[in-house]
Design a protein around this ligand. Structure first.
Ligand code: SAM
Length: 235
């Protein structure tokens, strides 16, 4: 990945998308019937076997790319189990080049190739709950008509809510995070928004954006009880 020449996100949208609230209302009344893809089912089964009925802190690093952040989080939280999930076989396959300690034989993290939409749904159905959930530099889909491709504009965001845990989302597009905060607020969750101030970049994309002089932002939503979701949303 080249460093230092990354362009800022360009969008034809200037404020919170006007359809976002209605979209969330619609998702609250619907239930996904989409079949689970077999590769994600297998990845989820492998993750469950690896967890081995683990009862301690569990962290998801969703859309982890090459998993640099997953290994950094594993180092930061040695008493937790961390699962990094990404759909790109190519990126997941490069993990060993980006692991902090590629020689470690025992570790507290696992990287799987899976579609997070199915993986989150399986985790909810299985009753998993998270201590923390990282979603670092999701694809922004900045064009106005792409709002439903953004995680907070998609039905999958409700599964993120059901999984619980302190949610941390990072982006170099502030409006993306302002929209996340808007949806979280609609669902009864507080959040705070600030520039990323880590000493070292947590991910390759963060490194690339910072090297290009862009400001990276983080949204943190503490783990607090959700306001009741309507019964019809329970999967
Ligand atoms: C912009 S990259 C960020 C990667 C990494 N978090 C980082 O900051 O370096 C977005 C990542 O999201 C992954 N992704 C997008 N949609 C996904 C999905 N439905 N399931 C799993 N991964 C997905 C892509 O494969 C890609 O690796």
């Amino acid at each position: 990945m080249s460093m230092g020449n990354s362009r800022s996100v360009l969008s034809n949208q200037t404020g919170i998308h006007e359809s976002l609230s209605d979209l969330v209302d619609k998702y609250l009344l619907t239930k996904s019937m989409k079949p689970i893809q077999s590769h994600t089912q297998q990845a989820f089964d492998a993750a469950l076997a690896w967890l081995n009925n683990w009862q301690g802190a569990l962290i998801f690093d969703s859309c982890c790319g090459v998993g640099l952040s997953t290994s950094k989080l594993a180092e930061r939280f040695p008493d937790a189990r961390i699962i990094g999930i990404d759909k790109s076989e190519q990126r997941v396959g490069k993990h060993s080049h980006h692991a902090i300690d590629s020689t470690a034989t025992v570790s507290n993290y696992l990287i799987v190739r899976a579609d997070v939409i199915d993986f989150w749904r399986l985790a909810v159905t299985h009753g998993l709950t998270l201590t923390a959930h990282y979603l670092l530099y999701p694809n922004p889909y900045p064009k106005k008509h792409q709002v439903q491709k953004r995680w907070h504009g998609s039905p999958a965001f409700l599964d993120i809510m059901r999984l619980g845990g302190t949610l941390q989302i990072r982006s170099n597009w502030l409006l993306y995070l302002e929209e996340c905060a808007f949806v979280l607020n609609k669902l009864g969750k507080q959040s705070s928004l600030m520039p990323v101030n880590d000493d070292q970049p947590l991910t390759l994309f963060e490194k690339k954006y910072q090297a290009s002089g862009q400001v990276c932002y983080q949204l943190i939503s503490p783990d607090e009880p959700l306001l009741e979701l309507p019964n019809s949303t329970i999967a």
